[in-house]
Design a protein. Structure first.
Length: 211
């Protein structure tokens, strides 16, 4: 793929990101995660959970061949297609989608959470395990003078998570939702933890079938 063209596309799409809360309620939150069957085959999983009861409402997955190798700042082009296909299979609606990765905390303000959010036109939140860019001051992450992310310490002696808004949500609301869904013993917000768990299960099952 032509990376210069992808950069141009990211910059263009980032202009469509809306950082205003479009949430009537926060009752059903979806988590999206990925697992790799091999170096070039990805399993995209979406799990919808009830935030009050922690009940899993629906799980869908899709298996896709990656169209691009892993390149920092272009994660959505590698992992996005499998997530989008899993999304197309869902039979239930949700209020917010959480993705492992970044929203506007990105050199061109279009991490995977923002990219997917624009594609599905729903509120999205990025939750990353490491700092992609920017500078940290207290629990805030800055790019220039703008606060684009917030840091959460899930539990004592665990690594920090970096939350950033993806689309149709403010940073403050994204931070509040992510923080409220940190439930012991999980190190990720509950919807993401469930997506991660089921991605591993599906991978194990598919590996067994292939084997």
């Amino acid at each position: 793929m032509d990376l210069e063209k992808l950069k141009e596309e990211q910059s263009r799409l980032s202009q469509k990101v809306v950082l205003i809360d479009h949430l009537k309620q926060v009752e059903r939150i979806a988590g999206a995660d990925q697992a790799y069957l091999d170096q070039d085959t990805i399993i995209g999983v979406i799990v919808i959970v009830d935030t009050k009861t922690q009940e899993i409402i629906e799980i869908k997955h899709a298996v896709k061949k990656c169209q691009i190798q892993y390149i920092p700042n272009f994660l959505s082009y590698r992992e996005g297609p499998a997530i989008m296909e899993a999304y197309s299979l869902l039979e239930n609606d949700f209020d917010v989608l959480m993705l492992e990765g970044n929203g506007i905390l990105h050199p061109r303000r279009l991490g995977i959470a923002s990219h997917i959010g624009i594609s599905i036109n729903k509120p999205t939140i990025g939750v990353a395990k490491s700092l992609l860019c920017g500078t940290v001051d207290g629990n805030s992450v800055y790019i220039g003078k703008e606060v684009v992310g917030k840091i959460i310490r899930p539990h004592e002696h665990t690594k920090d998570l970096i939350v950033s808004p993806g689309h149709l949500i403010t940073l403050q609301k994204a931070y509040e939702i992510a923080k409220s869904l940190i439930i012991k013993p999980y190190k990720l917000p509950y919807p993401l933890a469930m997506a991660h768990k089921h991605a591993a299960k599906i991978k194990h099952k598919l590996k067994g079938t292939l084997g």
